[in-house]
Design a protein around this ligand. Structure first.
Ligand SMILES: Nc1nc2c(ncn2[C@@H]2O[C@H](COP(=O)(O)OP(=O)(O)OP(=O)(O)O)[C@@H](O)[C@H]2O)c(=O)[nH]1
Length: 323
């Protein structure tokens, strides 16, 4: 059994990666609830300026947000600074002793680049050890991501442990093909299944073949984030109808939507992955363990390619005017 604290005093850094919407926060939430990682500080990195994941992730000793840039590229310095602050706090007498740090990367991050940051920083290498790189892949969207997204493949190649999510309800042969393809991309990684964070048996079938993946260019148009402030006038129903129509028309371009909207029932978390809109979830009134996060509401963040911000705003304004 792994000891909670390393004998050399270094903190374990666990990197949790995976494409946009693959299920990182959902899986982590369950692990934190089960206290699978011991006393940890959780760093949540989001590519968008507005962070939402931290609102859901109580259960760690501390939750810190690195928003507005991937920790593997433009957010690298913020990551280094955050890790150094954790060390300072550990050295101070009032700092609670941690066994490690969990870094939930943005869905657009390359875990290898993050690990490299740590391994090339002389101070960080003395204080941290990269314990494990865990990458999540969603059984529904994974096959398309591997076929189309170079980054999706890079993430899988970086993993020591791959967790396939959203298995329940996905056709069995799709899951088997995906797992076989993952084994080809990364023969050394352990591959497990999970459904909403809970371990889930992966199906197998010797007769099913892996996907044939086309060659991909290393660079493609970057996925960008857009924030839309959604006024209350449209109401919850107006917003969900508008969003469903938007995703029906542009679900190929819009990879991920997350938002927080006020409703008579409380603050609702709204999210979608491609065209699949999830049932809304009522958010806790105050996010647990958060570092004084602002409780923003009535906005959505869209991540995708080729989204015209003006058209988006115009379309939303039309809905509000029609009210
Ligand atoms: N059915 C099912 N849905 C899941 C599972 N894991 C996550 N989801 C849903 O998929 C959506 C995205 O999950 P998240 O955990 O937010 O994904 P993420 O990787 O943290 O997303 P980003 O941080 O935006 O990249 C949510 O609506 C989840 O409820 C799963 O195992 N099964």
């Amino acid at each position: 059994m792994t000891e909670v604290y390393r004998r050399d005093g270094r903190l374990r850094l666990t990197i949790i990666g995976g494409f946009l919407g693959s299920g990182k926060s959902t899986w982590l939430r369950h692990q934190l609830h089960e206290r699978s990682f011991g006393p940890v500080c959780l760093l949540v990195n989001e590519a968008a300026e507005t962070s939402i994941d931290d609102l859901l992730l109580g259960g760690a000793e501390q939750v810190k947000v690195l928003a507005g840039g991937c920790a593997c590229c433009e957010g690298r310095n913020a990551l280094v600074a955050a890790l150094l602050r954790i060390c300072e706090k550990q050295d101070s007498t009032d700092g609670q002793r941690l066994s490690g740090v969990l870094l939930e990367t943005s869905g657009l991050a390359d875990p290898t680049a993050i690990a490299k940051t740590l391994l090339t920083d002389p101070v960080l290498t003395r204080r941290f050890v990269v314990d494990e790189v865990i990458v999540l892949m969603d059984a529904i969207n994974g096959p398309l991501q591997l076929a189309q997204e170079y980054l999706g493949r890079r993430q899988i190649e970086a993993a020591e442990r791959i967790i396939v999510t959203k298995i329940h309800g996905t056709p069995t042969d799709q899951v088997v093909r995906l797992v076989k393809t993952l084994r080809i991309l990364n023969p050394a990684a352990e591959i497990e299944g999970a459904e909403l964070g809970v371990p889930w048996q992966l199906p197998s079938d010797a007769a099913v073949r892996p996907y044939e993946l086309p060659a991909l260019p290393a660079f493609s148009e970057p996925i960008q984030s857009y924030r839309l402030d959604v006024s209350r006038e449209a109401g919850w129903t107006g917003l969900s109808v508008w969003l469903s129509a938007l995703l029906a028309a542009r679900g190929d371009q819009i990879v991920r939507v997350k938002g927080v909207v006020e409703s008579p029932a409380g603050r609702l978390l709204l999210q979608s992955v491609h065209r699949a809109v999830q049932p809304p979830e009522i958010l806790p009134a105050v996010p647990a363990n958060s570092d004084g996060a602002k409780l923003e509401s009535n906005f959505i963040v869209l991540l995708g390619r080729g989204i015209d911000e003006k058209t988006l705003n115009r379309s939303w304004s039309k809905l509000v005017e029609a009210k």
